[in-house]
Write a protein that binds this ligand. Structure first.
Ligand code: SF4
Length: 409
């Protein structure tokens, strides 16, 4: 089958578009609903750019911190469950932590693993990587404290028999999965085949009279976290392999660093309503994929945080060449590289009029900008220079430069 490609107009960024996903998840549905074009551009392949699936993300230290806390928790909870510990306060739990080298050691390993995953990311040069590593290293004590806080509140039901690893439903929704019996099940995949929906629950606890679903949240509290938990309750209800007896979930917990929010799980009527809603949402998401290029739904708020806005012509069409901004404001800009003004500064020209619109200043390490080429710049800072009678912008460590080809899609 021939691959469906899309010309983004950015150098070395021809996109091979993704096909319909085998399974939807809470986050992929949400992203499709927010902006189908973003869903498509984020998940496409960019063979000229790198060998991994999706467009490379520019990670924020806060997001990496959350990943590290999450990964450290996963490692420790899995070991506690395997050792049949019911809480952190037992002698066996102390032994487990000792065997892992302590919480700090687990956090440091998670941090190294997370940073290793970033290697080869074309949006991260050596300087960016170094800054991220330093920032993460500085936060190890904070991450350790968070992991300790989550663990101190975690109560694990006794697990009468060993639980084996679960297969990853992203590659195989069937083989390797099995009923989730009495006990604790960290990082368990749940799949609703009838909806083609999947999710991975941080911690499922099953006792004789209760079934609890816990999601660890490292960010700020948000009502959408409870929506996600309700979706997990639906997945548990519909998963014929993990839950063959169709035991209802009883309790949903969003676990935050300093407290837990616990709600009653939806009952059967609510679950059936939710199932119908999700069915409709998935049908609508898949209708978006009928178009060869899914539509863009730009909005100031969404686009400002969009990781693929440099590839999105709909975004640039609505981005004004010049808008009144106050000093220190961060903004994006598309224009033509004009004459060099100094060793590390260039005039940028309007694409429409060819007039000088912006004086761009860069760090000494900045590579020379290609004269006459159209470029897109992300995260410029508006500065001031009383000697220059034009807006002055600075390329900072947070900025990115993308060169346009002449064949915009
Ligand atoms: S920049 Fe805006 S319109 Fe374009 S893909 Fe991103 S969110 Fe969608």
């Amino acid at each position: 089958m021939s691959k469906n490609t899309f010309t983004t107009g950015i150098k070395a960024s021809e996109a091979v578009l993704p096909t319909r996903p085998a399974y939807w998840s809470y986050s992929s549905l949400q992203e499709m609903e927010a902006c189908p074009r973003r869903w498509m551009l984020s998940r496409a392949e960019y063979p000229e750019l790198w060998g991994q699936r999706g467009y490379p993300r520019l990670p924020a230290a806060a997001a990496l911190f959350g990943d590290v806390v999450h990964a450290a928790l996963e490692t420790i909870v899995k070991k506690l469950v395997a050792a049949q510990c019911t809480s952190l306060r037992t002698a066996e739990a102390v032994q487990v932590l000792r065997s892992l080298g302590g919480i700090t050691a687990v956090v440091e390993t998670a941090m190294r693993d997370r940073l290793a995953l970033l290697e080869g990311n074309p949006r991260l040069d050596g300087d960016r990587m170094k800054r991220l590593s330093v920032e993460l290293r500085d936060r190890v004590p904070h991450a350790r404290a968070q992991v300790q806080a989550y663990l101190s509140r975690t109560v694990l039901p006794a697990t009468p028999r060993a639980t084996g690893p679960q297969a990853d439903p992203r590659t195989s929704a069937g083989p390797g999965r099995r009923p989730a019996g009495l006990g604790a099940h960290p990082e368990i995949p749940l799949v609703a085949e009838t909806l083609r929906l999947m999710g991975r629950v941080d911690l499922l606890t099953v006792t004789q009279d209760r079934v609890g679903i816990t999601d660890y949240k490292t960010g700020v509290e948000d009502p959408s976290h409870l929506d996600q938990l309700r979706l997990y309750a639906l997945l548990w209800d519909l998963d014929r392999i993990a839950n063959p007896e169709r035991r209802p979930a009883t309790e949903l917990t969003a676990a935050y660093p300093s407290r837990e929010i616990r709600v009653t799980a939806p009952g059967d009527t609510q679950l059936r309503d939710l199932e119908e809603t999700v069915r409709r949402r998935i049908a609508a998401a898949e209708a978006e994929l009928v178009a060869s290029v899914p539509r863009a739904l730009p909005s100031k708020q969404k686009c400002a945080l969009c990781q693929v806005r440099q590839l999105c012509n709909a975004y640039w069409e609505q981005t004004p060449e010049a808008e009144p901004l106050s000093l220190g404001t961060w903004f994006d800009y598309q224009g033509v590289v004009g004459p060099q003004n100094g060793a590390h500064s260039w005039w940028l020209l309007s694409e429409r009029t060819g007039q000088r619109t912006l004086l761009l200043r860069a760090a000494a390490t900045m590579r020379v900008l290609p004269p006459g080429r159209r470029i897109r710049l992300l995260n410029l800072r508006l500065d001031d220079d009383p000697e220059v009678r034009a807006p002055v912008a600075t390329l900072t460590a947070a900025s990115e430069v993308f060169v346009l080809t002449n064949s915009e899609g």
